[in-house]
Ligand binder design. Sequence first.
Ligand SMILES: Cc1cc2nc3c(=O)[nH]c(=O)nc-3n(C[C@H](O)[C@H](O)[C@H](O)COP(=O)(O)O)c2cc1C
Length: 438
Amino acid sequence: MNAQSRHVDNLLSQSFQFSNGARLQNRLVKSALSEALGNLHGHATPELVQLYRTWSASGIGLLVTGNVMIDRRALGEPGNVVVEDASGHAMLSEWAQAGNRNGTQLWMQINHPGKQAFLGLNRETVAPSAIGFGPALAPFFPVPRALTSSEIEDLIVRYGRTAGLAKAAGFKGVQMHGAHGYLISQFLSPHHNQRDDDWGGDAERRRRFVLAVYGEIRRVVGADFPVGIKLNSADFQRGGFTEDESLETIRSLANAGIDMVEISGGTYESPAMARGGAKASTLAREAYFLDFADKVRKEVAVPLMVTGGFRTAAGMNAALASGGLDLVGLGRLMAIEPQVAERLLRGEDPLHQLRAIRTGIRMVDESASMEVTWYTRQLHRIGRGRAPVPNESGLKSFLLDLLTKGWGIFKTRRMRARAGNPAQPEALSLQPSARIDA
Ligand SMILES: Cc1cc2nc3c(=O)[nH]c(=O)nc-3n(C[C@H](O)[C@H](O)[C@H](O)COP(=O)(O)O)c2cc1C
């Protein structure tokens, strides 16, 4: 196949138009990757600006930020950006400008971690119900306190406020983080949400929170501003959110007017987002959640993006050709090859392929956190204007992370103590990075 015919066949380079008129220059999207590059005030930094300038130089269609928190009392990890008021607006605008170049658009992913917040990071951890993690993660995460109804109402307003501030700073859209076991996902899950009030008890009431958050964001940003969600196809956990409930949730959000649904899957306890589920039909295709996307496609008319497992131009094109999705989401590849979109848009494969990241320490290698730590280091290198090191040692990355994360938690707490911030936690604990993804 010559270069010209490759280009003609390359569905990745086709533009995509949302029904509200917003247009992406091609079908490639960088999915959210938590950068952990916020400063101690939770504001954006020059490193974030540099990282997004690098990515937008590739001509990719859409960049979605790593998760940005709606409440500084509820961080998911040290270094999260928090957007809850006008402080930090100037850097936020610079960040937006850095991502909105060369025809690329930048959307902000908006999140609250709920119970997936490390021990020692926040004064208190809240969730739909006071249910802790199972034995593998319990040492690293406190048992949460159940939210009161008025706190739930306040959080809904906060999601809207953050979206409004993102719009004011120049972001071109927002995405609710409804996947991977964070607060919205906890509300949807029959395992994590065992409330028996307006916010839980049956599937419809468990869906109320995500619909209320969507409604509030839409009210604040208006009809023409793109609003999407990243949602699990399933939690891959016994008693968790199922494909049937996910489909119903997508149907409800589509009826309410959502502009785009990104499909992923898994939680900290069952990290399918980075490994796929166990089904043979899933493993047979390059990306993990394509079978579920096909099901959604048959039932609901809403723009769909799928993230997880895409590695080759042919695999991405085949997925688009199957008609099961509109947009191709890329995570880890963007961290080791920030210009990968250029090659893919030419119909070429990435220069680098992902490899398993290992430290040689069995306990560490069995937890999925190692990968996140390793990829985060690559993001930090790009943010400092350096090239990623795709063959960097897993052990080196792990040991350096132990030091920097412990130091990061220590600095966050000391800064809060000095500021008399009520979110200051009681005692310092240095923990291995149990984060699996954000
Ligand atoms: C370092 C790292 C950080 C991540 N942070 C986020 C995040 O903030 N929000 C989110 O929705 N997913 C996050 N993810 C998951 C990715 O968006 C994506 O779903 C996952 O990596 C699978 O896609 P891939 O196979 O293309 O890497 C993160 C993944 C990694 C490796």
